[in-house]
Write a protein that binds this ligand. Structure first.
Ligand code: GRF
Length: 203
């Protein structure tokens, strides 16, 4: 499966996917790393790994539709079949989401459906939850919603700050995203309505 990873910043999840995909037995290959921000640190990292990179700067387009048309064109041009959002900080419209329906996944730093949106670690601490974590899900129009593919939980420790908790979650993300992509790329995930079934193969 030929995959594009879409980023806006640091790209640590992208790096985890790159590392996993370097294994010849991994069922997906990364055909493109694309950022909407020219200064995204992840771009240099991807180039170092010898991957094709692209920038589609949203500020260069009049509206979301024009930006997304350019985005889509780059993906098609690169022969991309599947999209992984990894810290990609642009909301996507219905048109783009529908076009990539069940062919686009995202990682979110909470156990969805708890804490969609930003500042998830701060909000988890404020809510007093004792388990927090991360979710990989198919993308639907509503932000941070869509059929859940896989989740990883981490404990919230007494005295955690958003930073210490966030670091624990991020470590879990780096394990979870390559696993979730492997399940989907391996054809092991079936989408039925709002939920997925993992047919087999969860370790
Ligand atoms: C991650 O926490 C991811 O879950 C969220 O944005 C952050 C991106 O970090 N969507 P990185 O760019 O992958 O390091």
């Amino acid at each position: 499966l030929r995959v594009a990873v879409l980023i806006s910043g640091r790209g640590s999840n992208m790096a985890a996917l790159i590392e996993a995909a370097a294994d010849p037995d991994y069922p997906a290959e990364i055909g493109l790393v694309l950022s909407n921000r020219p200064d995204a640190a992840g771009l240099a990292r991807a180039a170092e790994a010898g991957l094709a990179t692209a920038v589609v700067d949203h500020r260069a387009y009049a509206d979301r539709a024009a930006f997304e048309a350019a985005l889509d064109a780059r993906l098609v041009e690169a022969g991309i079949e599947f999209v992984c959002l990894a810290g990609f900080m642009r909301l996507l419209t219905d048109g783009f989401v529908e076009r990539w329906r069940d062919r686009m996944i995202n990682i979110h730093p909470s156990l969805l459906p708890s804490f969609p949106g930003l500042h998830t670690h701060e909000r988890a601490i404020a809510a007093g939850v004792k388990l927090h974590g991360c979710t990989v899900h198919f993308v639907r129009t509503e932000m941070d919603s869509g059929p859940i593919i896989a989740q990883a939980a981490v404990p919230v420790a007494p005295g955690d700050t958003p930073d210490t908790l966030g670091a624990r979650v991020l470590k879990a993300e780096h394990g979870l995203y390559p696993l979730a992509l492997a399940l989907v790329a391996g054809g092991l995930v079936e989408v039925r309505g709002d939920v997925t079934t993992v047919i087999e193969g969860l370790p």
